[in-house]
Every structure is written in C-alpha cells, then in structure tokens.
Write a protein that binds this ligand. Structure first.
Ligand SMILES: *Cc1c(COP(=O)(O)O)cnc(C)c1O
Length: 407
C-alpha cells in the first residue's frame, strides 16, 4: 500500500491562551472600537502598533483592516494618483495588483526569475521604459530578492519602494527585517500569514509624512493622538482637511489576539523554516525536479514550499498534482490555465491588460507550491516529501519527461 498523508494543509495553530484571555477581556469591556478607550486606557490597537514598531525597528506603525488595505493605503500615502502606473511583480497574489487598481492606478508587471524573485534585469528595463515612479514589491511566497541591488536600482531611478511582506513577516535580508528596506512595509495578519487575527494588516515606515497620511486615510477622524506609534500633532496639522478618510481601521478584538503573537513570531518562523528544510532535503536529487536556491543573505520564513518542474508539458504537471492529491498532498499549480483557490496568474488579471511575458510564463508553467502549517510535524514533512518524490518520478517516467536530473 502506498503511503497517504492525512494532515490538513489549511489548519493553523490555535490562538495563544493569552490572546484568547485578552480578547475575552475586550469583549467584556465592550470597547471594541480602537478609539473607544476608557480614561487613562491605551487601546489594544495602539499597544499593538507600538509593539510591532519595536519588533521591526520602525518609527511608525499603523494597524489596519487587512494587508490589501495596507498596500492601497501605502500607495495613496506616497502620492500615487489615479492614472499613474505602478511597477509590481507578475508573480504575486491578486490583492497586490488589486491594491494598485483600488487607487485608480495601473500595474506595470515585472517578470520573475527561476529563484522566484523579481527579475532585476527586467526591472531595470521597465524603470527606463516607463514613467512609473513607485514599485510595489511583493516578496511572494517568502522569496526575497537581492535587496541591495533592487534598492540601488530604484534609488538611481527616483523610484519609491513599498514592500508587500505578507509572506516575509519575520524574514530578513542581510540582517535587515523585511519591510524595512523600502519607504513603507506592509504586512497581513490574515489567517494564513505569520500572525493570525482572521483579517488584519500592519503598515510601517520611518517617514513622518507618510505615517500621518496613512493614519488619516485609515479613518482616524481627529483621534490621531490615540495612536501607538504615530508622529506628533505638528505633522498632522497641515494635512487636516487634505487627506480623505478611506475607512479601514483595525479593532481592539483583533489587536488583542495579535499582541501575544509578536513574542512567538521568531520561534514560529524557525519552526516553519525547519519544516521547509525537511521537505527540501527529501526532494533533492529527484529527476526533473528543481529545488529553489535560497541565498545565504536571505533569512527566510518557510511557511510554504515551492519547486519547479521546468519545461514539463502541462498534462504532466497536472498529472503530478492529481497523483499527489490522491495521496493527500495538496499542491497548488501557478501555471494552471484557470485561477483556482488563492492561486492565479498575471494574465488572469485582464483588467490590468498585462503585456505578454514569455520568460515569466515559462517559470510559472512549472511552479508548484504547498503550505507548511506549524500543525505539521517534521515526520509529516518527510512523508510529504516521499509522496511528492514518488509521484514526480512516476509521472516523469509515464510521460517521458524529467528523466535527466534537473540539478
Ligand atoms: C494575503 C496577501 C496579501 C493581502 O493580504 P490580506 O490581508 O488578505 O488583504 C497581499 N499580498 C500577498 C502576497 C498575500 O499573500
């Protein structure tokens, strides 16, 4: 009998007891709105902002309703106007181009390399060829590009960088936390990310003007003095009446759930990466399967795992997905013709009228992905790798592809 995996790829850890107790206390108090604090009380949201700012070493932090909202707010706060073009990754998830569209701007996609990071040569070409002066950089699936080269290219072109850190909360490039290279870092606390409040987002920056505009955009009315990590009133004064209220606040209930998770984050990130390394070790040397190189400068968080079946025909990739599924291993295929679940491809975002990107298409056509929740044990990861290795070998033999080692 072939081994079957019975774990659940979407089952996250429970909320820590401390977070549950804090959430119950918020509900008993009835003051769920972030600005509804008792005299002398600092709200859970304001505390979360101060604590997360400290965690990433940022001057300012704003908690908001979702990661996608944080992205759109960052775009508005750095001055993106309707009709502008905004550079962004072709390989990302739908809320990223969606945030650009939300502010009336248009995405200008940049390709992906086999390392699953933004193609910096393509970025250089797009910087020269387009008037876009903002890059919304998505560290998709936790893969961090050479941030030194990226920042140098953008600085030379006068381009402002906003980082989408939905998959890199807790990660670093050469010791600098993800989200701290660009002008703004945006994070999601949606259930499948590295801290879990169901929905939620965080935005960090060292720029007082960006921070104040983001606070006002998020729907602060005249309560900006009740924020946990915002600039002083003198920064807000000239902006009052100039910045629309695009309501998207976080509430105290979600903040209460999140605060105790900050202290757990580094351990949890290490746990994800240990799982990633076990799957990686189990898949090395499988003919036709390419492991993604992880540079030494990248301290990544392995909360999901990717591999490539380079140049496999679509039917053979689909065969691997089906075979693995039959044995309990859920792979997502970024090259599929139709969007499925969370997974879609840049050319599915028809509203953005993307240009054809053959090099990116080639990478995505062979790109498979799976989540690695902390509820999986290390032996679970070994089993998953055995199943994937078996089925890649079997499908490769059946369809006559991938017989030479890809590595
Ligand atoms: C989840 C996600 C977002 C958006 O976060 P939400 O909190 O779900 O709005 C943005 N970018 C990427 C890459 C994501 O995975």
């Amino acid at each position: 009998m072939a081994e079957v995996f019975t774990g659940n790829f979407t089952q996250q850890d429970p909320i820590p007891d401390e977070g549950i107790a804090a959430a119950v206390a918020v509900m008993r108090g009835g003051r769920l709105h972030r600005y509804n604090a008792a005299p002398g009380e600092t709200s859970e949201v304001a505390r979360l902002e101060a604590e997360f700012a400290t965690y990433v070493g940022a001057r300012y932090c704003l908690a908001v309703a979702s990661g996608g909202y944080a992205l759109a707010t960052a775009l508005r706060a750095v001055g993106v106007q309707p009709g502008d073009r905004v550079l962004s990754n072709a390989f990302t998830l739908a809320p990223v181009p969606g945030a650009i569209a939300a502010v009336g701007a248009a995405p200008e996609f940049v390709g992906v390399t086999e390392a699953l990071t933004i193609d910096l040569d393509d970025l250089e070409a797009r910087l020269a060829a387009t008037p876009a002066r903002v890059l919304l950089l998505s560290h998709m699936r936790g893969h961090v590009c050479d941030m030194d080269r990226l920042m140098a290219l953008c600085a030379a072109a006068g381009v402002t960088v906003i980082e989408d850190c939905a998959h890199t909360m807790g990660a670093r490039w050469r010791g600098v936390p993800s989200g701290r290279h660009g002008a703004v870092g945006c994070y999601s606390t949606q259930t499948y990310k590295h801290m879990n409040s169901g929905e939620g987002g965080l935005l960090v920056t060292d720029d007082a003007g960006i921070a104040a505009r983001a606070v006002l955009l998020s729907g602060s009315y005249m309560f900006h003095d009740r924020h946990g990590a915002a600039p002083g009133p003198e920064v807000f004064e000239p902006l009052l009446g100039q910045v629309p209220n695009v309501s998207g606040r976080l509430d105290n209930l979600r903040a209460a759930i999140l605060r105790p998770q900050i202290a757990l984050l580094d351990d949890r990130c290490a746990g994800w990466t240990a799982r990633y390394r076990r799957v990686e070790a189990g898949l090395r040397g499988v003919p036709g399967l390419k492991i993604i190189d992880r540079p030494a400068d990248e301290a990544f968080v392995g909360s999901s795992f990717q591999f490539l079946l380079p140049d496999w025909p679509p039917a053979a990739v689909a065969g691997v997905v089906a075979r693995c599924k039959a044995r309990g291993v859920e792979l997502k295929w970024f090259g599929a013709e139709r969007p499925a679940g969370f997974t879609s491809r840049y050319d599915h975002w028809e509203y953005a009228a993307p240009r054809p990107m053959p090099a990116t298409d080639r990478v995505l056509a062979g790109l498979l992905d799976m989540r690695l929740p902390l509820t999986f044990s290390l032996p679970d990861c070994d089993l998953i790798a055995r199943i994937v290795a078996d089925e890649v070998r079997a499908e490769g033999a059946r369809s006559g592809v991938g017989q030479a080692a890809a590595e």
